[in-house]
Design a protein around this ligand. Sequence first.
Ligand SMILES: [Zn+2]
Length: 444
Amino acid sequence: MIFEPEIETRPWAEQRAHDDPLYRDQVRHLFAHSRFFRDKLTSAGFATPEAVGGLDDIAALPLTEKDELRRSRSEAHPIGTHLAAPMESVVRIFSTSGTTGIPSYIPLTAGDLENWVRTSSRSYAASGVEAGQRIVTTYNAGPFVAGAALEAFPRLGLCHIPVGTGNTERLLAAIQLLKPQALACTPSYALHLAEVAQGRGLDLRASSVERILVAGEPGGGEPAMRAKLQEAWNARVTEAMGIGDISVSLWGECEHQQGMHFSGRGFVHFELIDPDTGAAVPVTDGARGELVLTHLQHRGAPLLRFRTRDHVVIHTEPCACGRTSPRVRCIGRTDDMLIVRGVNVFPSAVREVVNRFQPAVTGVISIRPKAKGVKQAPPLKVVVELAEGTAADDALRERIEHDIRATLVVSAAVHLVPAGTLPRSEYKSKLLDFSEATEPAPEA
Ligand SMILES: [Zn+2]
């Protein structure tokens, strides 16, 4: 089912003509109501909305970093000076599960929230779920933006069964008793559930779950991890991706499983940049880069050229579902990236290589950098969990090290450990563990 067919099947080439007037209006709104962007644009030499121009000129504007928004917060401005609507018009304030202690607040007007729910509805409809079906979810939505994504389910006519995070018993009971056709959770949790069920002799392949909708972290798009999940559950896995500051479920994969379609048409404009230079990268088939997002009709705290830190590869060839928007696959996040002797390494990419050794490994890994920070000297320590019943042998270790070097151009020291040694996550898996980082950072 396509949620908004007239929008989602419109030729992509026409999108910019629809978005350009919205963008110009968004920029006028920023100049009128956002102290943060008025100051930022003015000091960059764009003193008026007219000087900013239209979408064709957007690459000339400065990028916006999450840290700048954070720095604009104070007791007088708890949300930040990018707040661009009177507080009386804000109907919801989400917070991000920030790592720095103080939460970042995300204010939404009624219109903003509605646009998020529509975006999310487009993304989740793409997965193939249908009205009348039941979906069980494990997101602790409470304060977090995932709450808005969950509002898409009643919009699609689904019966939503929220069981929350961290309650495997309640989830397995809901699956057995209420027989949902779909499960929405993180890929690591779907994998964890498969292991728990296996340990108890519970056959998830025979359960009612036909679709698993994963989000919250990369992994659901990695071929080996997806294959393992689909096999364990006898279900189709599709993924979705959003970013709290911009929109939930901005990207959603369809049943054809060829990457996540852009679902934010008319609400958000996306660009690709080279993460090292900030230069624009043309959005063509196979292009890689960091996603940069701009609101088109946001009111609460609209953002201009916001750096997501998500690295993606673009797919533009036509999709059999009829949706015409480009698709992405997430390669990794800059926040997790390491640089080993000048080579960029994403932990999820290391996991992807290790997963080629299924069924000898469980797919759970832990990367243990030797130094704090991004820069590391080789070899990179990678702890790899062996599958139940697999004995550690040097030949396997050497083959994994060889494949990591051949694929990622980085030298790794693989340590094989027994099944169940590494911690499992009921939310996002933690691939990086800095607890052994005692050495000084390398010079280069
Ligand atoms: Zn499609």
